[in-house]
Design a protein around this ligand. Structure first.
Ligand code: CA
Ligand code: CA
Length: 219
């Protein structure tokens, strides 16, 4: 018997290696349940917009919809607290003719997130679609922000986010703006070093097993 002078734990020979292996396993599970944050998409000048009604077509559901005639979005301002920009069409923030826009962007997912929250701000109202499913309907009539859990609407590969936004107040000179951002959390992938250490730990456990020291029937 070996008595550990620090813990007082009395163990058979090999006990330290077993505990080392268990420590590595616990460590790996700790890493596997951690998560990392990422911005999946955020409005900026890479988004395509139009101030011409695309009609009741599939602009908001079809990845392959031809938006080559649409503009690149005009960035009006930063959106405080987000990486997204407040965007509109080329008509500018106070246009009295471009008082509604339609916007699209595609983002790619190599893995599905644990969670994905869509944050949005409309001056004044808007509807947002993820892969053709409406996830936001803001028609309260004034500038407002809201958010929606869109985790279940995402797919591997290309995803389409599309929205339309409207302004309601000619009396205030039709000041417009729309901002959208999707924040996600992904399960953290163990780093190669963690895997290498796990391999060493498992190797030690296997070596002990071969020597019969993991068999609880041996006292
Ligand atoms: Ca609103
Ligand atoms: Ca407004």
């Amino acid at each position: 018997m070996i008595r550990d002078v620090i813990t007082g734990f009395t163990a058979r020979p090999g006990g330290k290696l077993m505990r080392f292996g268990a420590f590595l396993l616990v460590g790996l599970f700790g890493v596997a349940t951690a998560s990392s944050a990422a911005v999946l998409t955020a409005t900026d000048s890479t988004w395509k917009v139009t101030a011409t009604n695309p009609g009741a077509g599939d602009w908001n559901s079809n990845l392959a919809f031809d938006d080559s005639g649409w503009q690149s979005a005009t960035e009006l301002a930063n959106w405080a607290g987000y990486s997204a920009k407040v965007i509109w069409s080329s008509g500018g923030q106070y246009s009295q003719t471009e008082t509604q826009i339609w916007a699209r962007s595609i983002f790619n997912l190599l893995s599905l997130p644990l969670s994905a929250i869509l944050n949005n701000g409309f001056d004044d109202d808007g509807d947002i679609y993820i892969n053709g499913v409406q996830v936001v309907s803001d028609h309260n009539g004034y500038a407002s922000n809201s958010s929606a859990d869109i985790t279940s609407h995402l797919v591997l590969g290309d995803n389409l986010i599309a929205f339309t936004a409207t302004d309601n107040y000619l009396t205030w000179g039709y000041n417009h703006g729309a901002a959208v951002q999707v924040d996600a959390n992904f399960a953290e992938v163990p780093e190669p070093m963690s895997l290498a250490l796990l391999g060493l730990g498992l190797g030690g456990l296997l070596a002990l097993r071969r020597r019969g020291r993991l068999n609880p029937s041996q006292g």
